[in-house]
Design a protein around this ligand. Sequence first.
Ligand code: SF4
Length: 386
Amino acid sequence: MKQSCPVPRAFRLSVFYTLEGVVARMDAMQQELKAFKDPALARGLIESIQALAPESATLMEVCGTHTVAIARNGIRGLMPEGVRLASGPGCPVCVTSNHDIDKVIALARVPEVTIATFGDMTRVPGSTSSLLAEQAAGRAVEIVYSPLDALRLAQENPDRQIVFVGVGFETTTPLVAMAIKRARAMGLANFTVYGAHKNMPGALEVIINDPALDALILPGHVSTIIGAEPYRFLAEKYGIPGVITGFEPVDVLQGIAMIMCQLHEGRAEIEIAYARGVMPEGNPVALAAIDEVFETCSATWRGLGEIPGSGYRIREEFADFDAMRRFQPDVEEVREHKGCRCGDVLRGIMAPSECPLFRKVCTPENPVGPCMVSSEGSCAAYYRYY
Ligand code: SF4
């Protein structure tokens, strides 16, 4: 008999496509968000999970923001015996390879270049240096909060070449695409991008069998852009259920409860628990922007290796905005950090606390690997909350 999971009333984001829609829904949204922290609702969902869970199951939370939400709200400890929540590769800073970091560092060493990057990236160690170390050595590295900040930097500093470090999944790729288009429209000749963007579904195909996973808690942010369709193959080809969910405590529990429903009923489908943010078809405007500026390519992921079709590179038509093509710096030979197990952590093979360096040598103040640097990194989340 079909079990139904208790779910809070949700609303769709489609009304947000206009500014008026955003303003009109703000108050309602604030009210509705309270429901996603409701203790009574959370208790009901926990009971559903307990009642429906199989004897043993491994669920992977793919997204780094989910890893943090699960740790912060103590959700791992609420799981029935036999149910394991493994953290996955959904932290963009963490999966950026040493080689990519080394290339950005090589760009930072070009005299006329100013690197514009999100803060986390400055602390990620490359083979022998980091952007923070390069900044201390006198290179120009600026922290920005969006690609548009980098555009502004380019406008205000016409004597400098601004290179924006484009790292992230489908969530940030459209913003970078828009920034490149705007730079072209403005005739900015001193703005380029180092592109290390990745797409999520291809990586999931690599990780679902090692370790064997029973279900996926699918990322909310990425799915606002790509929708549910790109994950469909996981259910149809591999029989792995997946639920796209949000980041409040009730969101996460709702997603897990819906997964338990599927496992209980022997179904494998891709469902959306995050209906207030995700539509099945995704965001067509953002997808069109990605497609106009980028094309898919092979990409190297930390811990997962090279995955065909899992990266984005700037199309030939926008080659003027590709920093590596413009500056062609010498890049040092890649070296991996001894003892760091970020690769295994990103695959869900080991918990951060099982890394021999965790807390002893590797801390947020003195990180050995990117999983301890990033605010979305599994090691940083374990350090803070367990
Ligand atoms: Fe790497 Fe530090 Fe995490 Fe160990 S604790 S896997 S060294 S980031």
